[in-house]
Ligand binder design. Sequence first.
Ligand SMILES: C[S@@+](CC[C@H](N)C(=O)[O-])C[C@H]1O[C@@H](n2cnc3c(N)ncnc32)[C@H](O)[C@@H]1O
Length: 350
Amino acid sequence: MFPLSVPAKQLARLQAGAWVLDPFCGRGSTNYAARLLGLGSVGVDSNPVAAAIAEGKMVATSAEEVAAACAEILATPIEAAPPEGEFWTRCYHPRTLDELCRVRAALLADHESPARKALRALILGLLHGPRNKGAPSYLSNQMPRTYAAKPDYSTRFWERRGLQPVRVSLAELVERKAFHYFGSTPPAVPFRVLCGDSRKLDLTASGPRFSMVVTSPPYYGMRTYVPDQWLRYWFLGGPPAPTYQHPDQLSHGSASEFAEQLASVWANVALACMPGARFMIRFGGIHDRKARPRDIMQEALAGSGCQLRVLTVRTAGLSSRGKRQADQFQRSLGAPIEEWDFYVRLEGGR
Ligand SMILES: C[S@@+](CC[C@H](N)C(=O)[O-])C[C@H]1O[C@@H](n2cnc3c(N)ncnc32)[C@H](O)[C@@H]1O
């Protein structure tokens, strides 16, 4: 995630009525910044977890409606067998898992209303995290909050430490957290969050043309967005185990292949932009020290076949200096890497 202040600063100078696009929206920071400024926006992400969280940030609902949606589901009889295996019995108390599976099944069958979309996003954030003193903040046994550890690693970890899952009431936790996240929300704005591949999705179909694109593509070498979120992906209908294949994610075979894929995203995005649209792209890389992120992005912009003119390239500093994309991956990183902000203008059109 980039900090909210990054898109907020870029979007602040847009006129009322302008539309904003983030083709790699992740958890929707750009879209939420647009909402705070009263601007319409579209966000695209091929990871269903990211798209669901981004959508939850944009819907118009209230804490009361979210808590009521959860209570209503739990009061309705529904068959939902829990997944089998040691991971599941050690991760969640049986009654908590039963509630979770019933809410999962109900939301898979229907998540159309804003309250249900918000509930889905809220529960994604409660699925796993550290065990704290006092009222529990997460549903799971001890786990990191930002990514889901793999099942075998988790079961060994809990077994060695004798950690048992505690009973957490889903309805109570949802109610408490709903007031935290949805107690006071900014005014609603027009938006769409699309779960799909930005290389191929028809972005012109979403309606208005975009005046500004603010985005942060996957950094070259960061390929674990989906497997790191496997438990959240399960809640959205994925399998009850990590998945490693995700064809709609950019692949990281080589730097030039990566640049080519990014070029196809910029070409597709340009089709949906107004002439003169501005782009702000934050980009870095971890995988291959020989492939410089600056070169990859220059190659991708030049290879798009559109008149994308780079106005300025500025360093965003080292990832260790602030809360930036690379920080999420500290466990797999060595030295901090440099991140760059590219300011680009679409001349004329395609
Ligand atoms: C750096 S993250 C974006 C973070 C975002 N700026 C935020 O603040 O939450 C990059 C995102 O690109 C998504 N992604 C990767 N390949 C994609 C593709 N082909 N189409 C759309 N999204 C893709 C990943 O799932 C990931 O969520």
